[in-house]
Design a protein around this ligand. Structure first.
Ligand code: 6R9
Length: 651
């Protein structure tokens, strides 16, 4: 008898590691937490020793709060660790990437092919004048040349700065200018939902205002005509194939800059987050193998994110390749040509580990279980989630309809700034609770504190902080050390403030509540957007919800909700009342949304995070703030006109 959703979600229902899973798991008991606590530096030193170093480090960690150095004195190369050492060990024929183009074309790339291509590209970059320390910007779709570009930069010691292929010319320009990049790697276009995203046209608009750019290397993918600047623009196919496959990896200091990645959070001016080489690669590879219980010879791993997001840097490129993983790389969207595209890919490549975002899971819920049911997903053995709090309903849906009730779900909390996963289960050892990221990983110190920075203990809620340095931590904000101190280290003395709210339950499990900027204040009560959204999504008609606090004369803030229905449900006034009551019953009358707008879509970043500040602008009828990082800027305009129409109707 399949279990009912109610029984799966029942209070106190937990999911211990399945016996079959545990039998083969890399970590099966919790001793590792104590060991890492007793000797944290020793723990990370052991993790670092799994990499190949050209020179051994002399000091594990130098901590001059808030500036850390890890594996001081050590020398290594990230591309060497991701490629050469596997080929040298006889694994050159193992597939590194099964690439699936959106139109249906495919490529299979082995480790030795990847090494050759990366070396050629690295030599091409040198031919374009790139030297160690120079920044290279990358603006491409999800083609194999994208991971190649990251690795080629790493090979020659040129820090990369990847900008999402969906970002606007202004976003690209600002990021290039902040990094003062010398070369831009882009393409003619990218495929997205059957249409061409004209990368080169956008890049040209940006580069016109980027004096630091000397050369633009252009990959041909979509084959339409593109604007061209002689002397500056170079076709990839003219330059790269003729290069030698010999390109010795540059020995990099453990603390040399590996990359910049710009994060805007959901609010302010983008910050160039700095990640260096040794500590980053250590934590990314350790977490990738242990959190995903990776068996390099057997698993087929798929992180269905974009390389332009930190998740792609750490868990499509550096972690998986350092661990000699066979991965799937997919170019397009989950609904092209149909809503079972991801499941078709899982079936085709017999994917064993799938890592995706709650926003995607809630979209699959909206489309209905008939899509995954059409495909054989029996190869899957582990599921992961990242990017936002995963509400218990979405967790259970994922577990049931994608994982077939067999696969542990690892909810992974981390940030661009943390570089690697921080709070998450170890799937062979941790008993899961749907919706909880469970515990900080071995070696990681995390706590929940009150306004004064004191631990709230368990159970309790407050601000999430990190209490000790970790190897993959950001080393700063490019060009702005003061902003680094101010943003992350000034709120609570000696602790890193992540910007997120969290609760710990009586068993000490961590429950992430989203950004504290998003917390609402209704009649003097703090209510987190995540809790109200989770209550809305626990109603069977609702697939996804976003709520914001809108200024209100009586209550200070009133809750405005934006709701996407599951297929088969129609908007109605009766449903509005029902949902308001449902939230009232779940959390309390204070949390009842004052208004509910049904919508087909929500404004989201390309990594799937809801841009609540834009919904706040909508609800308060302000001019919309910066929309340049939205996946689809038209969505918010549509919501705005419908919201205003509804408000007028109600008046
Ligand atoms: C990896 C990534 C970081 C912010 C973070 C938090 C939210 C990420 C989460 C999660 C709850 C999780 N977040 N994972 N919230 N549970 N498992 O997403 O990096 O784009 O920098 O975003 O995302 O609010 O602070 P980034």
């Amino acid at each position: 008898m399949p279990e009912t959703i109610e029984s799966l979600l029942a209070e106190g229902r937990t999911f211990p590691p399945p016996k079959d899973f545990k039998a083969d798991a890399l970590v099966v008991d919790a001793e590792i937490y104590d060991e890492a606590d007793t000797d944290t530096e020793g723990f990370w030193a052991q993790a670092a020793a799994a990499l190949d170093w050209f020179e051994e480090w002399h000091t594990v960690c130098e901590w001059d709060l808030p500036f850390a150095k890890w594996f001081v004195g050590g020398k290594l190369n990230a591309s060497y660790n991701c490629l050469d050492r596997h080929v040298a060990a006889g694994h050159g024929d193992q597939v590194a990437y099964h690439w699936e183009g959106e139109p249906g074309d495919t490529r299979t790339i082995t480790y030795s092919q990847l090494l050759d291509e990366v070396s050629r590209l690295a030599n091409a970059l040198k031919a374009l004048g790139v030297e160690k320390g120079d920044r290279v910007n990358i603006y491409l779709g999800m083609v194999p040349e994208l991971p190649m570009a990251l690795l080629a930069c790493a090979r020659i010691g040129a820090p990369h700065s990847v900008v999402f292929g969906g970002f606007s010319a202004d976003s690209l320009r600002d990021r290039i200018n902040d990094a003062q990049a010398k070369v831009l790697i882009t393409g003619d276009g990218a495929w997205r939902r059957g249409a061409v995203v004209p990368l080169k046209d956008t890049a040209d608009v940006a580069v016109a205002e980027c004096p630091s750019i000397e050369k633009v290397l252009v990959l041909r993918r979509t084959e339409q005509d593109v604007p061209w600047t002689d002397g500056r623009d170079v076709w990839w196919h003219d330059l790269v194939p003729e290069q030698s496959t010999e390109c010795p990896p540059e020995p990099m200091d453990a603390e040399d800059l590996l990359y910049l990645l710009y994060t805007s959070g959901t609010t302010a001016k983008p910050k160039g987050i700095m990640h260096t080489t040794g500590g980053y690669l250590t934590q990314v590879s350790w977490t990738h193998s242990h959190v995903f219980d990776l068996h390099s010879d057997n698993d087929v791993y798929w992180c269905a994110a974009d390389v332009g997001w930190v998740t792609g840097h750490s868990y499509i490129v550096y972690g998986p390749l350092a661990n000699r993983t066979t991965s799937v790389l997919y170019e397009g969207t989950p609904d092209f040509p149909d809503k079972d595209r991801l499941w078709q890919i899982v079936e085709k490549y017999k994917v064993t580990i799938l890592y995706t975002a709650p926003t995607a899971i809630r979209t699959f819920m909206k489309w209905g279980p008939e899509w995954p049911e059409k495909r054989d997903l029996s190869s899957l053995r582990l599921l992961g989630s990242v990017g936002e709090p995963i509400n218990p309903e979405a967790w259970v849906w994922y577990w049931q309809h994608i994982g077939g009730g067999r696969c542990p779900v690892v909810d992974t909390w981390w940030q661009t700034e943390t570089g690697a996963i921080m709070i998450t289960p170890l799937p062979g050892a941790t008993t899961l609770k749907p919706g909880s990221a469970t515990f900080p990983l071995p070696g990681i110190g995390a706590d929940v504190v009150d306004d004064a920075g004191n631990s709230v203990g368990i159970p309790g809620g407050g601000y999430l902080v990190l209490t000790r340095p970790w190897p993959s931590m950001l080393r700063g904000i490019w060009g702005d050390p003061e902003r680094y101190k101010e943003t992350y280290w000034s709120r609570f003395d000696g602790k890193y403030f992540a910007g997120d709210g969290a609760k710990r339950d009586a068993d000490g499990y961590f429950w992430l509540l989203g950004r504290v900027d998003d917390v609402m204040l209704v009649s003097g009560h703090n209510i987190s957007t995540a809790e109200v959204e989770s209550a809305l999504v626990s109603h069977p008609a609702v697939a996804e919800a976003a709520v914001v606090g809108k200024t209100d004369a009586t209550t200070g803030q009133a809750i405005a909700a934006f709701v996407i229905l599951r297929s088969g449900n129609e908007p109605s006034d009766a449903l509005v009342d029902e949902l308001r009551d449902h939230v009232g019953d779940t959390i309390g009358p204070i949390a009842k949304p004052k208004s509910i707008l049904f919508t087909e879509d929500l404004p989201k970043t390309r990594s799937g995070k809801i841009m609540r500040r834009l919904l706040k602008d909508v609800s308060e009828d302000h001019a919309l703030g910066d929309t340049t990082t939205l996946a689809d800027p038209s969505v918010v305009e549509g919501i705005k006109s419908r919201y205003l129409a509804q408000a007028t109707e109600q008046d």
